[in-house]
Design a protein around this ligand. Sequence first.
Ligand SMILES: Nc1ncnc2c1ncn2[C@@H]1O[C@H](COP(=O)(O)OP(=O)(O)OP(=O)(O)O)[C@@H](O)[C@H]1O
Ligand SMILES: [Mg+2]
Length: 246
Amino acid sequence: MKKIVIANHKGGVGKTTSSINISAGLTKKGKNVLIIDTDPQSNLTESFGVFDPVKDLYLSFSKGEPLPIINVKKNLSIVPNSLNFSGIELEIAGRMPREIILKELMAGLDKTFDYCIIDCPPSLGLITLNALVAADEVYIPMEAEFLAYRGIDSIVGIINLVKKHFNPGLMIKGVFFTKYNEQRVLTKEIKNQIKGYFGDNLMKTAIRVNVALAEAQSSGKDIFEYDPKSNGAKDYMSLVNEIIKR
Ligand SMILES: Nc1ncnc2c1ncn2[C@@H]1O[C@H](COP(=O)(O)OP(=O)(O)OP(=O)(O)O)[C@@H](O)[C@H]1O
Ligand SMILES: [Mg+2]
């Protein structure tokens, strides 16, 4: 099982949209996929029509219960989250070791799934740290904005710390633009800066601005079900092809 984290501490850059549609794209390639929602906002969980789950990631972190796995469609399962998880960082702060909780919970899943996609909250706290410790690869979605570029140092810094202290095999496998708009003058400039910073880790596919992506999410569908001809569907399929090849 390949474990992929979708992380960026900046809010609203498309982490959840990407987690959902990368996973859906992988299932279209015949892969069996598990998504873990580590964000207490639970946008991903709710977008699959799961509200107030009886068992959630909170119970696993807090009480050590096995990860609750809900099959939501063919070849796709999720570990749901809920607002209960919002106090978890305080709760585990004094626990030792508090960075490997998710990794230990995920032990034993390897044979069941081909991919595990971990959607992160917009922060670089203990939750994202747990995700990075548990994973093999990180993908960073970002908007082509000046501030997005400035924030990159922080996430790369955390990833390097995780590599040094917990997970030497962790790799940044790709950085990709979301809500991309080639017509904007600033976009080209930002693209060149990011290319200079990340080199070949900057993915060829950029996810264009596409309202169908937002509509799909609010109607509980992935983009391939909602509008397979949309730019969103084309872009996410192209991204998935890159991910499989990397
Ligand atoms: N390519 C796109 N074009 C248009 N809208 C998009 C695109 N990608 C995401 N969105 C919309 O932008 C909003 C934020 O996206 P999303 O929830 O995926 O970001 P996020 O990084 O997970 O946010 P958070 O940090 O709060 O978890 C959502 O309403 C989503 O539908
Ligand atoms: Mg999100």
